[in-house]
Design a protein around this ligand. Structure first.
Ligand code: URA
Length: 234
């Protein structure tokens, strides 16, 4: 059971005070009955709630998949710069929505946004071993020797140890890399140890969830239940 003002505010992404006011002035019906008490308790999974004549479809959390463009910040808000949350349509926004982990400003590709903190933790935590796959464009040649070194687990310039990572050569200067942790600028720093600069970086998959081919750059959509499960199967 939840308070009606809380349900209206979380589902419509409006403030609690606006939700309370809307209820008091008669904009909200629950199971066909006008309810003017903001503290009215109901089960949001079962009740049929209408706000301004429109059904309020209840979802405890939202899970959004975004094809992140270059130049956008992986943050919830920033005073000056555009963030990934700015790319989410109003209808999918929630008060606590945030990106699951961070991609650098110039990195593109698969980014999940959610207001489910436990889920976000499971995706990010190195203990959960969720593999993230990236395509990387380099300013020099990738060698078999690098693949072997990455597979053993390399040490970054500042002494930080990385877990073993799978590196596959796609073309002379293009590779695919799989990592199960997310240290700051990790991939750029990993290639830095081999004297290579990263010209482009795109996240292609999280677990078995791949960036959909038909999701254009800057586009987003809700994740389906089977897609959510794919994240946790490596
Ligand atoms: N590693 C990086 O260096 N940058 C990213 O955005 C992700 C992983």
């Amino acid at each position: 059971m939840q308070r009606l003002d809380k349900i209206i505010s979380s589902q419509l992404n409006i403030s609690r005070s606006i939700a309370r006011n809307d209820i008091r002035i008669g904009k909200v019906f629950v199971d066909g009955q006008l309810v003017r008490d903001p503290s009215f308790q109901t089960n949001p999974e079962k009740a049929f709630i209408k706000h301004c004549g429109q059904p309020v479809g209840y979802k405890e959390y939202v899970y959004i998949l975004l094809n992140k463009p270059k130049g956008v910040l992986s943050a919830s808000e920033d005073k000056k710069r555009e963030t990934v949350v700015d790319l989410i349509p109003e209808t999918l926004r929630r008060p606590n929505i945030a990106p699951v982990g961070r991609l650098d400003k110039d990195t593109t590709g698969l980014l999940i946004l959610t207001d489910d903190g436990d889920f976000a933790h499971r995706v990010i935590s190195p203990k959960k071993n969720v593999v993230k796959t990236y395509k990387v464009w380099l300013d020099g040649e990738v060698t078999e020797e690098m693949c072997e070194k990455f597979a053993e687990g390399i040490t970054l310039a500042d002494g930080t140890k990385c877990r073993p990572a799978e590196l596959n050569i796609l073309e002379d200067k293009v590779a695919e890399i799989k990592i199960s942790e997310g240290k700051y600028h990790q991939i750029k720093r990993m290639f830095g140890t081999a004297g290579l600069g990263v010209d482009g970086l795109e996240r292609r998959a999280i677990g078995k969830l791949r960036l959909p081919e038909n999701l254009g750059i800057g586009q987003c959509r809700e994740l389906t239940k089977p897609e959510l499960e794919q994240i946790f199967s490596n």
